[in-house]
Design a binder for this molecule. Structure first.
Ligand code: GDP
Ligand code: MG
Length: 595
C-alpha cells in the first residue's frame, strides 16, 4: 500500500486542470509503453481522446518513478457550490491535492473554497502555479498570494506550464514524496466510501469507491449503511482508460463496484459500504442525502413532446440521484413535470441537457423554493408549487427555508457584500479574516433570495473574486404572499410566485416590465398586471400594433412577403398561446431574473 497515492486537482475553472491531468496521464505506463509501438499511435490518440472523458472523473495510473512502481489515483471533483458536498466527498477519498493556480489570474473563488475544504479534511496540498509560459503571467504576485492565503513557504510552490509540459516531473515527484500513502488495514471489516457513481446499461449502478478498511471481493454481500440494503458484488475494477476488472479492492485502493444495483438512489455519494455479515465500526462521517432545494415546472412547447420529455427526465434520473420529479398540469401550459434540484446550477445543467441531448423545446416556469404551511391542527404541508398555496384563512402561518451563507472575498468588498446581503433580507452573523486581504463573512438568509440572481450579483459586485457556500439551517416563519400575474386580464398560473410581502411590490413591477419588454405587440392593447389577492400592485400596457406587419411590403415583391411570413411562422414555434396572446417561451424563466 505504500506505493499508492490518492490525490485530486483543485483549480478554479480554466486554470488548467484538464491540461495538467492529460500531462500526468502521458507520463504513466499505459500511454508511455504504447508510444514505443509506432503503429499504435493512432489508436492511442483515440484512447487519449476518450481518456479525457474518463479522466474527467477518476483514473488509476501506473508509473515508474526513480526505479520504483507507483499507483497514482487521480480523483476528479465537481466544481460548483451546488455540489460542494460532493466536492468534499471526493476530497475525502484522497490524502492530498494539487492546488493549481493560473499565474495570470491568481487565486480565485473555487481555488479558495475547495482549498479550504481540503485543509479542513487534513489533505496535503501541493501548490502549483500554472501558465508561467504566458507573457502576462505574474509569478511573483501569485506566489505571494498563495503564501499569504494558504500559508505555504516559497520553496513548496512549483512553477509549471501544463501546456508546454514544464514542471510536470516536479509535480509527480511532489505527489509521490509529499502526499502520504493511504493507511488502513485489509484484515479489518470492510469500510468503503462512495464518492461518485454512474449508471451503466450492462452493470447497473457503478459506484466509485475508496476503500478505507478491509477489502471488497467479487461475490460478497455488501450493505449500504444509510439504507441497510444488501447487494451481491458482481464486478469490481479499476478506472483505466477502459474499466479494468480485478479480484479485490483492498484498504487504500480506489476503484469501482457493480452489484446489480438498479436504482442510483441506492448508491449515494457519501454513503459507507460495509460487508453484510461483518459490520464495520468505521462509518464514514457526514453522510447527507441530497436535498432538493429548488423546484420549477418543465413543459414541452409542443404538447406532442410530453412523452419525449418524460423519457428524457427518466434517463437523466438514472445517473442523477439528486434529481426528483413528478407530473404536473397547468391551465396555461398543459401537461408537464415539477422537478426538484440541489440548486440553480444543477437546474440549469439539467435543463440544458434536456434541450441539447433530447432536442426538446421547453418552457421553464420561474424557480421556487419549497415553502411550508402550518395548519390549524399543527400539520405541516410542503408547498412545491406556488399554485398549491393554501388559502390564508385556513392556515396558522407560512414558513420558508433559511440557509447559512459563507462568502469568501477580498476585504475591499466587505461594504458591497453587506449591502447586497441586507437587500436580500440577510442577517449578518460574523466575519473572520483569512489573512490581511481576505475575509469570510457569514449571514443567515432566506434561500428564496439566493436562488434567483444572488450569485451573479455577488460576482459582479466583487469582480468575480467572491465565492459562496451555503447550508440549509431550517424553516422560519415568514410573512409570505402569492403574487399573481394577469395577462390580458387572465391569470397565468405558471407565472404565480410566493414572495415576501415586503418584496411583492418590487418583484411585481419587475415582472410586469419584463413582460412588457418580452411580449410582442398584438393587434389589440394588452394590459399586464401583478396582483396579491384582488389588489393590483403594478400595471403596464402593451400598446396595440399600429400597422399590419405585411403592410410594410405593400407593393413589394412576393418573395419578400413570403420570407416575412416564414419568419413570423418561425417565431411562432417558440411562442405559447395564452388566450389570444402569444407569449415567447423564454418569458417564463427570464421574468424573475434581473432585468
Ligand atoms: P480547466 O477548466 O481547469 O480544466 O482548464 P483547461 O485544462 O481546460 O485549460 C483552460 C485553457 O487554458 C485551455 O485553453 C488550455 O489550453 C489553457 N492552458 C492550460 N494550461 C496552460 C499553460 O500552462 N499555459 C498556457 N498558455 N495555457 C494553458
Ligand atoms: Mg477541465
Amino acid at each position: 500500500m505504500d506505493n499508492i497515492r490518492n490525490f485530486s486537482i483543485i483549480a478554479h475553472v480554466d486554470h488548467g486542470k484538464s491540461t495538467l491531468a492529460d500531462r500526468i496521464l502521458v507520463k504513466s505506463k499505459i500511454v508511455n509503453e504504447r508510444k514505443l509501438v509506432p503503429q499504435m499511435l493512432d489508436n492511442m490518440d483515440i484512447e487519449r481522446e476518450r481518456g479525457i472523458t474518463i479522466k474527467a472523473r477518476t483514473v488509476r495510473l501506473d508509473i515508474n518513478w526513480n526505479g520504483k512502481d507507483y499507483i497514482l489515483n487521480l480523483i476528479d471533483t465537481p466544481g460548483h457550490v451546488d455540489f460542494s458536498y460532493e466536492v468534499s466527498r471526493s476530497l475525502a477519498a484522497c490524502e492530498g491535492a494539487i492546488l493549481l493556480v493560473d499565474a495570470t489570474q491568481g487565486i480565485e473563488a473555487q481555488t479558495l473554497a475547495h482549498g479550504l475544504l481540503a485543509i479542513e479534511q487534513d489533505l496535503v496540498l501541493i501548490p502549483v502555479i500554472n501558465k508561467v509560459d504566458l507573457p502576462t503571467a505574474d509569478v511573483g504576485g501569485t506566489k505571494k498570494e498563495i503564501i499569504d492565503v494558504f500559508g505555504f513557504s516559497e520553496e513548496e510552490i512549483i512553477l509549471a506550464s501544463a501546456k508546454e509540459g514544464k514542471g510536470i516531473d516536479e509535480i509527480i515527484s511532489a505527489v509521490i514524496e509529499r502526499i502520504p500513502a493511504p493507511k488502513g488495514n485489509a484484515e479489518e471489516p470492510l469500510s468503503a466510501l462512495i464518492f461518485d457513481s454512474h449508471y451503466d446499461s450492462y452493470r447497473g449502478v457503478v459506484a466509485y469507491v475508496r476503500v478505507f478498511e478491509g477489502e471488497i471481493k467479487k461475490g460478497i454481500n455488501i450493505k449500504l449503511h444509510s439504507t441497510g440494503k444488501i447487494f451481491e458484488v458482481q464486478e469490481i475494477g479499476y478506472f483505466r482508460i477502459e474499466p479494468e476488472k480485478t479480484d479485490t479492492l483492498r484498504a487504500g485502493e480506489v476503484g469501482y463496484v457493480a452489484a446489480n444495483i438498479k436504482n442510483i438512489e441506492d448508491a449515494r455519494v457519501g454513503d459507507t459500504i460495509e460487508e453484510d455479515k461483518r459490520p464495520t465500526k468505521r462509518i464514514l462521517k457526514g453522510f447527507k442525502p441530497p436535498l432538493s432545494m429548488v423546484f420549477c415546472g418543465l413543459y414541452p412547447i409542443n404538447t406532442d413532446e410530453y412523452n419525449l420529455l418524460k423519457d428524457a427526465i427518466m434517463k437523466l434520473k438514472l445517473n442523477d440521484a439528486s434529481l426528483v420529479f413528478e407530473p404536473e398540469t397547468s391551465a396555461a401550459l398543459g401537461f408537464g413535470f415539477r422537478c426538484g434540484f440541489l440548486g440553480m446550477l444543477h437546474m440549469e445543467v439539467t435543463i440544458e441537457r434536456i434541450k441539447r441531448e433530447f432536442d426538446i423545446d421547453l418552457i421553464i416556469t420561474p424557480p421556487s423554493v419549497v415553502f411550508e404551511a402550518v395548519k390549524q391542527n399543527n400539520e405541516i404541508v410542503k408547498i412545491h408549487n406556488p399554485l398549491k398555496m393554501p388559502d390564508p384563512g385556513t392556515i396558522v402561518s407560512l414558513r420558508e427555508p433559511y440557509v447559512k451563507v459563507s462568502i469568501f472575498s477580498p476585504a475591499e468588498y466587505i461594504g458591497a457584500i453587506m449591502e447586497l446581503c441586507s437587500n436580500k433580507r440577510g442577517n449578518y452573523i460574523d466575519m473572520e479574516y483569512l489573512d490581511v486581504k481576505r475575509v469570510i463573512m457569514r449571514f443567515e438568509m432566506p434561500l428564496s433570495e439566493i436562488i434567483l440572481d444572488f450569485f451573479p450579483l455577488l460576482k459582479t459586485k466583487t469582480r468575480g473574486y467572491a465565492s459562496l457556500d451555503y447550508e440549509f439551517i431550517g424553516y422560519r416563519e415568514s410573512d409570505l404572499v402569492r403574487l399573481d400575474i394577469l395577462v390580458n386580464r387572465e391569470k397565468v398560473d405558471a407565472l404565480s410566485s410566493i414572495v415576501h410581502r415586503s418584496k411583492a411590490q418590487e418583484i411585481g413591477s419587475k415582472i410586469v416590465s419584463s413582460l412588457k419588454r418580452l411580449i410582442p405587440r398584438h393587434m389589440f392593447e394588452i394590459p399586464i398586471q401583478a396582483a396579491v389577492g384582488s389588489k393590483i400592485l403594478a400595471r403596464e400596457n402593451i400598446a396595440a400594433m399600429k400597422k399590419n406587419v405585411l403592410q410594410k411590403c405593400y407593393g413589394g415583391d412576393i418573395t419578400r412577403k413570403r420570407k416575412l411570413l416564414e419568419k413570423q411562422k418561425e417565431g411562432k414555434k417558440k411562442m405559447k398561446m395564452l388566450g389570444d396572446v402569444q407569449i415567447p417561451q423564454e418569458v417564463f424563466f427570464e421574468i424573475l431574473k434581473n432585468s
